[in-house]
Design a protein around this ligand. Structure first.
Ligand code: ADP
Ligand code: MG
Length: 392
């Protein structure tokens, strides 16, 4: 199993070396997340069920003194700098710097003074694989720029989301930033994306959560995401005509949907069916987790995948192959794609003593079929974002 764990002390040393500075920076961490179930439900104000990961983005932050905000990403080996006075007029450049600038601008808009200074960014969340390296970057940057100043954690999550949806230009929901802020070492987080409340749900001990990276990311991703957001809005508009109480797909229980679905045209109808049934699956999954019922949890995983595959149409050949192969292996309770779609990772519920065989068999089959080696991550729930108090 791959472990790429970042060692906090190394980030401190790398900061000093990169910026030629002897000051000891403060270090902040924000985790990636794997969503167990509830896909594309967050921007429909429904339910999601992620865990925060040990894999995280780290930002070491120290003073600069020349009125500039300077940020270096080890993962891109690239640096940018901007005068803090120029921040309000900054424009998105279609690059990683947008995430940092977007967060800085949101903080400014919230009345937080940005002092300038040096940021050294390093992440062990795989980039662009559906484990939310983007939210990890946004949230760790927000903590780093805030420093000792306090902000309500939910506001930090919300400003990260605004940075991504409004500045970066990805119309995302709140799940990723929320999970990065509110993660807990001992539990999954069931989030209500309308009320923005959550409940922690401990997971059964006799199961391992394994993410498998297909190592493909089809370009379609971003445009299809926007398309799905728009299709869901079309479904809501059609349902609203006959049921005026409905403001979002969150308001549509499965039984109501079945009654009125014919009034929605075919494509938005399929998208809505995914979202409506997926919300119910999150609730059922939480109940099954509380009851330690791995069989039901596994079945819900597979139903969720089929729904993404056929109704939401956001899967792809490689991901379907990983799911279909995994669920035939011994000790695998369930498998599904996780994240936005069109590649990235699957997430699998695997009996602890079956993990090694699972890894071997799935690798062999995937290599034979696609000539690529999948990467495996052992996903244990981890704590949410904050300052790393003992980097040494
Ligand atoms: P995901 O969130 O699933 O990993 P996204 O496409 O939403 O995928 O976000 C990936 C993007 O986030 C990267 O292409 C990059 O622009 C930015 N990013 C994430 N982590 C870092 C990092 N450590 N340094 C610089 N940019 C990063
Ligand atoms: Mg992302």
């Amino acid at each position: 199993m791959l472990t790429l764990a970042i060692i906090p002390r190394e980030i401190i040393n790398a900061f000093r070396e990169h910026f030629g500075s002897q000051t000891k920076p403060e270090l902040y961490r924000a985790p990636g997340r794997v969503n167990l179930i509830g896909e594309h439900t967050d921007y429909n104000l429904g339910f999601v069920f992620p865990i925060a990961l040990e894999m995280a983005c780290y930002v070491a932050a120290g003073p600069g003194g020349d009125g500039k905000l300077r940020a270096y990403s080890r993962d891109f080996d690239e640096e940018f700098s901007i005068a803090v006075d120029d921040l309000p007029a900054a424009k998105a450049a279609g690059k990683w710097s947008d995430y940092v600038l977007g967060v800085a601008r949101e903080l400014l808009a919230a009345g937080v003074r940005i002092e300038g200074g040096n940021l050294y960014i390093a992440s062990d969340v795989p980039l662009g694989s559906g484990l939310s390296s983007s939210a990890a970057l946004e949230i760790s940057t927000a903590y780093a720029l805030l420093g000792p100043r306090h902000m309500d954690p939910i506001d930090i999550a919300l400003l990260g989301q605004r940075a991504e949806s409004q500045f970066v230009g990805m119309p995302c929901g709140i799940m990723d930033q929320y999970a990065s802020v509110f993660g807990q070492e001992w539990a999954a987080i069931q989030i209500d994306c309308r009320s923005l409340e959550h409940e922690y749900v401990p997971l059964p001990h006799d199961v391992r959560i394994i993410a498998v990276n297909s190592m493909v990311k089809h370009e379609l991703g971003t445009s299809a995401y926007r398309e799905r957001v728009a299709e869901c809005q079309r479904a809501v508009a059609a349902i609203h005509e006959i049921t005026p109480d409905v403001e979002s797909l969150r308001d549509v229980p499965v039984a109501l949907f079945e009654r009125i679905q014919d009034s929605v045209s075919p494509t938005p109808r399929r998208r809505a069916r995914h979202v409506v049934t997926e919300n119910q699956r999150v609730i059922d999954f939480a109940a099954a987790a509380n009851a330690h019922n791995l069989e039901v949890m596994g079945r819900l995983f597979i139903a969720s995948h089929r729904s993404m595959q056929y109704d939401y149409e956001i899967s792809c050949e490689e991901i379907d192959f990983l799911v279909d192969t995994a669920i035939k292996l011994p000790g695998v309770h369930g498998a599904r794609m996780t994240g936005g779609g069109f590649g990235g990772c699957t997430v699998n519920l695997v009996a602890p003593n079956a993990v090694e065989n699972f890894r071997r068999q799935l690798t062999k089959a995937y290599e034979e079929r696609f000539g690529k080696t999948p990467v495996f991550y052992d996903c244990k729930p981890a704590d949410g974002a904050g300052r790393v108090t003992d980097p040494d």
